[in-house]
Ligand binder design. Structure first.
Ligand code: AMO
Length: 449
């Protein structure tokens, strides 16, 4: 008999089928044994009746055993129906049960209701906890986020390219960079495909990439990782930074609509409500945002100010999103375009959602002489970015771009408390799958940052 996926059993009422999967739960009620079986498409309840041939094997079977089950798909009696659960109106009457692979006893309760691990233990046991429907739901949503970013970019005629991970110079500046020994020279792990997406843009006009980037973040917060999936875009022939804002806003709108359309089941499992994006996302300059918060001039918003600003905007407009633009030029990377009317502020922007930054971007300098001037003022070695400078020596239109962190997006969309929940194998100061020191506090450090 051919295998039927559990997700398709609803259309097989009255038929005898073969399913293959795992035992999520076994409830031995003496004469009868109940199971929850699971495969990649979902779960179903199985029942082994006292006179079934399968009763002996059912008694031997344990959680996480891999099994093949032949059974009849029956409608559940009215009083046993559970409209909220997948396959809540049917059950599989088990006729034969074959154990394919045995499993050791679980170190903790993995059942839907009983699962209750702290994040550290969950991460220590990622190889096992990934089997839980709640965790699977998070990563299914993340896959839809990344897919729909790609889809939207392609629909807008952006070209996908692969950026290198080993680079000769830092793009974003600052100390948050991993140095690697590259044969007998020093190199870096890429903090951002920034310089490469700008180079490729000069040839293809509209480009995007989905790449790993690396940040040597020296602290453990609930929103920082050292290895990130960066969703990057860059576009030529813009009239102003507002074109970049609009493109990023439309991208978010598309991603949200795809998650809503494709992840209804996952959002329900997670109890998550997607953030609200109104017709035109509120947009404030940094100066306006600081004034609104009653704060003095500053180079950026701190995490608490980001949180409060989002709350205020939500209350006033219903939007969970807010753009902030116009940061002090000298505190941002050399490539960001200074506003021609007040060059001390730039045309860079951030998108905040539910209190946390999701995206950065803006207009870039496209004039070669201005770029060289900035390279000098920022104290950079032009030799190390010669390839980038070469592209700009030969005619580049006004341009800009943006980048999202896929984990931040997942975290804020699903209202998760810690970015590590939104990362399958998170890397931070203390963890690269293994804990790097036994006495660290891991994600319990600075939880409110
Ligand atoms: P930025 O450095 O702001 O901008 O990064 C872009 C987005 O990446 C995410 N992000 C992070 N997520 C988790 N942990 C981190 N340590 C971390 N650092 C960044 C955030 C952030 O908004 N080159 C520019 C982008 C551009 O201008 O196009 C850049 O890298 O979601």
């Amino acid at each position: 008999m051919e295998r039927t996926l559990i997700g398709e059993l609803g259309q097989k009422v009255g038929e005898t089928v073969l399913i293959k999967g795992w035992v999520s739960v076994r409830r031995d009620q003496g004469k009868m044994v109940f199971f929850d079986f699971r495969d990649r498409s979902g779960t179903v309840q199985g029942v082994v009746l006292p006179n079934s041939e399968a009763i002996e094997n059912a008694k031997e079977t344990r959680n996480e055993y891999v099994v093949a089950v032949e059974g009849k798909v029956n409608e559940r009696p009215e009083k046993n129906r559970n409209d909220k659960a997948q396959n809540g109106n049917i059950e599989l009457e088990v006729l034969q049960l074959t154990v394919i692979t045995k499993a050791e006893s679980l170190p903790f309760d993995m059942s839907i209701d009983g699962y209750n691990l702290d994040l550290g233990t969950e991460l220590d046991h990622r190889a096992l906890t990934l089997r839980h429907p709640r965790l699977q739901a998070i990563f299914k949503v993340q896959a839809v986020i990344i897919d729909s970013f790609r889809e939207y970019m392609k629909s807008q005629d952006f070209f996908e390219f692969q950026a290198p991970a080993i680079v000769p110079a830092t793009a974003e500046g600052g100390a948050e960079v991993f140095k690697v020994q590259y044969f007998d020279k020093d190199a870096f792990l890429s903090q951002s495909p920034q310089l490469y997406k700008q180079i490729v843009m000069t040839a293809f006009e509209r480009v995007f990439s989905v790449n790993k980037v690396f940040r040597a973040e020296p602290s453990s917060t609930t929103r920082h990782l050292t290895e990130i999936v960066s969703l990057d875009a860059e576009m030529a022939f813009i009239d102003s930074w507002k074109d970049v804002r609009d493109m990023s806003e439309n991208t978010v709108r598309y991603i949200l609509s795809e998650v809503a359309a494709k992840c209804g089941k996952e959002l329900e499992v997670l109890g998550a409500t997607l953030p609200a994006m109104i017709e035109s996302t509120p947009t404030l300059s940094l100066t306006e945002a600081l004034e609104k918060l009653g704060a003095g001039a500053d180079k950026d918003l701190n995490p608490e100010q980001e949180r409060r600003l989002c709350e205020m905007i939500k209350e006033e407009t219903g939007s969970d999103f807010v753009y902030v633009y116009g940061y002090p030029t000298k505190h941002k990377p050399f490539y960001v375009y200074p506003n021609p009317e007040s060059p001390e502020f730039n045309e860079g922007m951030d998108l905040l959602c539910r209190g946390v930054e999701w995206l950065s971007g803006g207009r870039r300098i496209n004039d070669y002489a201005q770029l060289v001037d900035h390279v000098e003022k920022w104290g950079m070695d032009p030799k190390k970015i010669e390839m980038f400078l070469e592209a700009f020596r030969y005619g580049v239109p006004p341009e800009g771009g943006f980048a999202f962190g896929a984990e931040r997006m997942t975290m804020q969309m699903l209202e998760l408390k810690n970015i590590r929940e939104a990362t399958m194998f998170p890397r931070d100061m203390h963890r690269i799958d293994l804990l790097l020191s036994s006495d660290n506090q891991d994600d319990k450090d600075n939880p409110q940052q």
